[in-house]
Design a protein around this ligand. Structure first.
Ligand code: ATP
Length: 247
């Protein structure tokens, strides 16, 4: 079943037309990868879905669980259950791991201004669950976030977004700047989160790593979708990978 549907979206930064007739679907329970070169429009897509401004979505529609969320403020979209971990890992360096996790306690139920019933949501996800998903953070609960490695900071940024128990977690280039071994750890963590029921929309330039854990892949080029298919299909389609991803 489709959790998120993006249909014919045209998005702009001022006069610059970036997303062109962009359509994609994310199904409940899957890991969907959105791949593309530098500047292709990946971050713009995530920001459009999350209601972050800019860009402006000038036409087309974005629906989540069948509700049109295209013109909604970003706070309301977050309450509906869409979490975004932006490219720049936002952690508070001078606070401990645990303090960072507490700071993300904006409960989806208590701050619900959408006026929609959200009866089955946990208030916030218990820290114990997050520590189970990220054993490295468990070991470093009282360590200042600024002293964590890049991979650990990425895990903390993801754990902070998970604290609000999103149904759809969008990750913007989570592997950027990480050593291959650390990428494996973050990959495992993403796969575990997905196994536990969170749908994932993963944006990456590192196509090989993303294809490893994705169920479905889209490729975006110059603001439009140029490929849609299963991860296996893309792994075998050397021509498409070379043409649009350079790998
Ligand atoms: P990257 O891997 O570099 O983040 P991307 O695929 O995420 O690439 P976007 O960040 O979505 O690409 O950028 C798409 C286009 O929009 C690029 O041409 C970029 O220069 C432009 N762009 C991005 N942000 C802005 C902005 N705030 N104002 C104007 N143009 C922008």
């Amino acid at each position: 079943m489709s959790l998120l549907t993006v249909e014919h979206v045209e998005a702009y930064y001022g006069e610059s037309h970036i997303l062109r007739d962009l359509s994609m679907e994310v199904d409940e329970g899957e890991i969907c990868a959105l791949l593309g070169r530098n500047g292709a429009g990946k971050t713009t897509t995530l920001r459009s879905i999350a209601g972050a401004r800019p860009p402006e979505v000038q036409s087309g529609s974005i629906t989540f669980r069948g509700d049109d969320i295209t013109a909604e403020p970003t706070e309301d979209i977050s309450i509906r259950g869409i979490g975004l971990v932006p490219e720049e890992r936002r952690v508070f360096s001078n606070l401990t791991v645990e303090e960072n996790l507490h700071l993300s306690e904006v409960s989806r139920n208590s701050s619900n201004t959408v006026g929609r019933e959200v009866p089955d949501l946990p208030d916030v996800r218990p820290l114990s669950e997050l520590y189970n998903a990220f054993p490295r953070l468990d070991e470093r609960q009282n360590q200042k976030a600024g002293t964590l490695s890049g991979g650990e900071q990425q895990m903390l940024a993801i754990a902070r977004a998970l604290r609000q128990a999103p149904d759809l977690l969008m990750l913007d280039e989570p592997y950027e700047g990480l050593a291959p071994q650390i990428i494996d750890d973050v990959e495992d963590a993403i796969a575990r989160i997905n196994d536990e029921g969170t749908t994932i929309l993963l944006v990456e330039q590192n196509a090989a790593a993303a294809i490893n854990i994705a169920d479905k892949c889209y490729i975006i080029d110059q603001g439009g979708i140029v490929f849609e298919g299963g991860a296996e299909e893309l792994r075998e389609d050397e021509e498409t990978r070379e043409r649009y991803l350079g790998v």
